[in-house]
Write a protein that binds this ligand. Structure first.
Ligand SMILES: [Mg+2]
Length: 395
């Protein structure tokens, strides 16, 4: 039997956080995702999630362009559907959504938002494919082990961007107490001497815990090299996104060759071609491609395969309930980022009535078919900023 896509339902979720969580250059103040539910003609429901902005543009693309294209399609045709949507970014099909906003050559156009819309749909289709096979996604992709190493991500600056060393040490110590054997903190937002004091304080408090540093694209190349050199004394497992937005590949390579600390990057990439460049020319040892931001599972698998041929490990950004499955099935699956602080990540804490859980620093996937997640409908309604957008067959 060939199934077909009968309905696509899109939810805009945005929750104000109870304080600002400062990264190097900007505060994180809301937890926001677009959730996509794809329903087949025989009643299966696949769930996809999108980490992208602006939400209204992404939802508009799903409502007016991507969604109507897919109604009636075979949900198992992930490669064909991916190509069909991606082709919109470099064909005359793109004129439809670029025209009202000026010429794409001068910065208008919505390619990142289209890659995000594609991600949400594609993830839901993989959920459906595994459900149809009666297998959890990690098994459907060829994995056997439902446990994935996880690390605790946090260690932000204070509510006003200040070093907040006491708060930082308290938070990191709490994660270690929960059983995480690796933790990640922010750097790059204050003077290097202040960051050195922050890193030293965490290292002193937790001498045996793996420690990663995330600069969120804070430094120019000389600054990144100086910071990496200074952090080497603290036994750092990786330094993430050391270089600013304008020099992400060669600049990152320059930092990588100047330090013994492994360099991680890739959570902002939109597709496999830019991930290829990071792997082949960026000197990275860990790739963090986030398939909820762009590309979905279909592109993530290609990215991971290419990385594996270059000895680069996968450690995706965010969304353990999805990325955990992919790590469990990838030969170079390394470790999954988890935000254990429910104030910082209320979606992970509250949105699902069933999802993987973390036990002593290991993400335990469920054996339910597909992603195996179930939404808490009351929370979904409470976290939504508008009623869902529903796309179905006309008439
Ligand atoms: Mg990061």
């Amino acid at each position: 039997m060939t199934r077909s896509i009968a309905e696509i339902r899109v939810h805009a979720i945005s929750v104000p956080l109870c304080r600002s969580y400062w990264m190097s250059l900007e505060p994180y103040t809301r937890a926001a995702e677009v959730l996509v539910e794809v329903t087949t003609d025989d009643g299966l429901v696949g769930i996809g999630q999108i980490h992208g902005r602006p939400q209204d543009q992404i939802i508009g693309l799903l409502r007016d362009c991507v969604g109507p294209m897919l109604i009636g399609s075979d949900p198992a045709a992930t490669e064909a559907i991916w190509e069909q949507i991606f082709r919109l970014t470099y064909s005359r099909g793109s004129a439809v959504f670029a025209a009202s906003d000026g010429q794409p050559h001068f910065g208008a156009g919505v390619k990142p938002q289209l890659m995000a819309a594609l991600a949400g749909v594609d993830i839901a289709l993989w959920d459906l494919k595994a459900q149809a096979a009666g297998q959890p996604l990690y098994r459907y992709l060829g994995g056997t082990e439902p446990s994935v190493a996880a690390y605790a991500s946090g260690g932000y600056y204070g509510p006003d961007g200040e070093p907040a060393i006491d708060l930082l040490v308290e938070e990191m110590t709490e994660y270690a107490g929960q059983g995480y054997d690796a933790v990640k903190m922010k750097v790059g937002g204050v003077a290097l001497d202040d960051d050195i004091r922050r890193v030293a304080a965490v290292r002193d408090a937790l001498p045996d815990v793996g420690l990663m540093l995330d600069a969120n694209s804070a430094y120019d190349v000389p600054g990144g090299i100086a910071a990496a050199k200074a952090f080497e004394a603290f036994d750092i497992r990786w330094l993430e996104e050391p270089v600013a937005w304008f020099d992400p590949v060669h600049g990152t390579a320059q930092v990588a060759t100047s330090t013994t600390i492994p360099i991680a990057s890739g959570e902002q990439e939109l597709h496999r071609w830019s991930c290829r460049d990071l792997v082949e020319h960026g000197g990275i040892r860990i790739l963090q491609f986030d398939c909820t931001r762009a590309g979905g599972v279909t592109d993530w698998l290609k990215v991971a395969a290419h990385a594996s041929a270059h000895g680069v490990l996968m450690a995706p950004h965010h969304d353990p309930q999805l990325h955990g499955h992919l790590l469990a099935a990838a030969p170079n699956g390394h470790v999954q980022e988890v935000f254990p602080n429910s104030d910082r990540d209320p979606l992970w804490a509250h949105l699902f009535s069933r999802r993987p859980h973390v036990e002593k620093g290991w993400l335990q996937l469920t054996e339910q078919p597909g992603l195996g997640v179930e939404l808490d409908r009351d929370i979904l309604e409470r976290f939504s900023t508008a009623p869902p957008v529903v796309i179905e067959a006309a008439g």
